[in-house]
Design a protein around this ligand. Structure first.
Ligand code: GDP
Length: 356
């Protein structure tokens, strides 16, 4: 499964956030047999459509899609040179599929800032510099070998060109992601700054509804996307009953908890989407890559389903809810038969037909 690595300077609220995420864990409820490492949090991606489907199909339970976060040891200046936990830290980031930077924007004078002052822009620069320096090191070590290989293997020529372009971007102090370079030919180098980035700004609760402040932070990281939350409040929210939590959120002028926003954004950043199945046993969201075909989608349920795929019966969520039942959707001609080349759309409600 794809994972998102959580990184940030010390004392910015990573542990607070991660603990809240794992308290929100759906693993215990739905995946009782999975064993998982303590630094991994598997978080449900809230999907109100599942509750509606469960109503239509009298499903016994609802199973949301999940996204996995990995808590990576705090970054420090000099990590790229192997300072502190540097090497382990870099190895952990290389394994992640996306990088979530937690940035301190809360002021609390009782919480020491490692660099003596709260400055989101400086902190982002510090983290990016470490990642950029580590990537530059990787690129400089790999280039001579790749150039040699390219003299015999013609398909390596384009890889060399891509790596040289990445080197230029990194030397300018930019990340490969922000520069918009194609990550595909760079894949074998596992560059950290070629991964998609997302940001969590840990802000004072009073600032969540301050549009100017939020915009100024958003501008720091564009084109990457960001979630704004108060980690302390989030850690309290997960302890509350859902109705109480909703009330607290509304009192802060927020519609969805920061953790839920983060689950959605993480899912999108990884390039994932869902399709839905429903029956008496469960209403469930299944995770696929955007652009996946019907047989690939079936393969997520069971590999045999992909091999034996015959066709898919597909109705859009909106059409199904409009009709009120599968039978009515069928009689309205809303249930389509799709073959093996069909590209799944978000919110497709599907039943697969297959040979076993
Ligand atoms: P980490 O080092 O990044 O994992 O940071 P921690 O989660 O351990 O938090 C460091 C300190 O900051 C702790 O004392 C937390 O209680 C405090 N803290 C974390 N998040 C917030 C926040 O949103 N607001 C305030 N005021 N303090 C926070």
């Amino acid at each position: 499964a794809l994972t998102i690595g959580i990184v940030g300077l010390p004392n910015v609220g990573k542990s607070t956030l991660f603990n809240a995420l794992t308290r929100n864990d759906v693993l215990a409820a739905n995946y009782p047999f999975a064993t998982i490492e303590p630094n991994v949090g598997v978080v449900g991606v809230p999907d109100p459509r599942l509750t509606v489907l469960a109503g239509i199909f009298s499903s016994a339970k609802v199973v949301p899609a999940t996204v996995s976060f990995v808590d990576i040891a705090g970054i420090v200046r000099g990590a790229s040179e192997g300072q502190g936990l540097g090497n382990k830290f870099l190895a952990n980031i290389r394994e992640a599929d996306a990088i979530c930077q937690v940035i301190r924007a809360f002021t609390d004078p009782d919480v020491v800032h490692v660099d003596g002052k709260v400055s989101p822009a400086d902190d982002i620069e510090t983290i990016n510099t470490e990642l950029i320096l580590a990537d530059l090191d990787t690129v400089e070590k790999a280039l001579p070998r790749l150039q040699k290989e390219a003299r015999i293997q013609k398909d390596k020529v384009s890889v060399v060109a891509a790596v040289e372009a990445a080197q230029k971007v990194l030397e300018e102090g930019r990340t490969v992601f922000a520069a918009g370079l194609d990550p595909e030919p760079l894949r074998e180098l596992h560059l950290m700054t070629a991964k998609p980035f997302l940001y969590v700004f840990n802000v004072d609760p009073g600032e969540l509804a301050n549009a100017d402040f939020i915009t100024s932070l958003r501008d720091l990281v564009a084109p990457a996307d960001a979630v704004f939350l108060d980690a302390k409040t989030e850690s309290e929210l997960v302890e509350l009953e859902p109705e109480e939590a909703l009330e607290l959120l509304q009192s802060m002028g927020v519609e969805e908890s920061g953790l839920d926003q983060l689950a959605h954004l993480g899912f999108d950043t990884l390039g994932l989407q869902t399709y839905l199945t429903a029956g008496p046993k469960e209403a469930r969201a299944w995770t696929i890559r955007r652009g996946a075909t019907a047989p690939q989608a079936a393969g997520v349920i069971h590999t045999d389903f992909e091999r034996g795929f015959i066709k898919a019966e597909v109705v859009s969520y909106a059409d199904l809810v409009d009709a009120g039942s599968m039978a009515e959707a069928k009689s309205r001609g809303r249930v389509r038969i799709e073959g093996k080349d069909y590209v799944m759309a978000d919110g497709d409600v599907v039943e697969f037909r297959f040979n076993v």
